[in-house]
Write a protein of this length. Sequence first.
Length: 415
Amino acid sequence: MAASIHLARAGLEVLCIGPDLSEIPAVGESLDWSSPALLEALGLPMEQLIADDIATYKKHVTLKLSDGSARHYVPSAWLGRPPFNLELRTLHVDRVRLNEALRQIAMGYGVRHLHDKVVDVEIEGRKVIAANTAAGNRIACSRFIDASGSSASLFSRTFQLPVYEYGPKKVSLWSYFKVRESVEGTTLYAQAGKPGFMEWIWEIPINSDTISVGYVTSGDEMKAKRQQGRSVEDIYREELERFPRFGELLQEAETLSPFVTSFRCSVHGNVAGPNWLMVGESASMVDPMTSNGVTAALRHASEAAALLIRYRDRERLPPLATAMYSKRMEGLAKFFNCGIERVVYDWPIRRRIGALTAGDVYTIPAWSLNTVYARMRPRGVFTTLLFAGLLNLCRVAAFVFHRFCKEEEPCEVQG
Ligand SMILES: Cc1cc2nc3c(=O)[nH]c(=O)nc-3n(C[C@H](O)[C@H](O)[C@H](O)COP(=O)(O)OP(=O)(O)OC[C@H]3O[C@@H](n4cnc5c(N)ncnc54)[C@H](O)[C@@H]3O)c2cc1C
């Protein structure tokens, strides 16, 4: 939808193929600090999103452990002053309302929506020729964007693109609770000193009176719990009950029917071709704990649309421009996934320096590099390669530190 808005605003004729978004269960997300500017570019400034109760402010992230210890991750106030002038607030969004706001803007620019499903992609070499839909439509045009999300990832399957996976398969259970007061921040909860893979719970105020609460665990752990005969609702309740914050909320909610989704963090290579580009989770799925999924999707949409607009009169997109697009999207997603898996989810670093400090070790470079990317706006070959080099350096540092911590603590039980 974001890509459609950018393209239609530049005068291109856009057809968006997909389901009616109001019928899809939307999680409601905690956004990274780069998202507000990307939303503003679509015509949704932060103040308007707050005033319309589509979003709430996120001014910090708090990690709370079951032993009562906690850490607040807040960008320092000096970053908001000259010469940096960084925006220190970001948002949590109610995705149902945000999707609707985006749909209205897109319609206003003349984007047409076909409620249908692409079942087959026709190709000729590396070019996409047409998309065939479940209802029997054949859509042929000169340019295509694949925004089909991580489970479909249409073009990746069609072209058998390389894929890099991170961490185990994960499962998430989430539900919504009505609250009288919400905090202006995201709160994450985890068990102190739990060995192996780190399970966690999110609390995200998606609008003024609703919080989204989700539990994330590994697929193996979920399977083991289910094999003990526990229902999804039992598991969700038991995990939340570990934290006093949820006691009253669970009592008030007589029945819970948590939504369930499973995912595997992954990054595709070569996500652009002579007349197509992949955006959002179709190109790369970053872990929810990074709060980077929406930023990535909006960023991909903006950069993909910019390429299509710039080269609208050419028969094909220049290979160097598409290769650099691919390198940037791949590099960022690998950086976030690699960082969160090695520093937070996996045990060696977390055990050595503690979960709260591990949060700092992940958050500081992640926040900084996202900010540098937003400021530097790498687009050409030199800036893209420079930025990719910086990301690679961070990944190598995480690898070495992880290795070092693992060798120092060889007896830990692996998750
Ligand atoms: C449990 C969980 C928690 C998350 N929490 C956060 C968070 O706190 N912060 C954050 O920033 N991000 C978070 N994310 C990620 C974020 O939700 C996504 O990155 C974001 O929604 C962008 O996704 P997307 O548009 O690329 O894909 P999707 O949202 O998956 O959209 C893909 C669309 O394509 C449609 N589609 C699929 N196949 C076809 C087809 N064949 N033909 C036509 N249409 C098709 C789908 O129906 C869907 O509408 C979370 C994700 C999960 C799973």
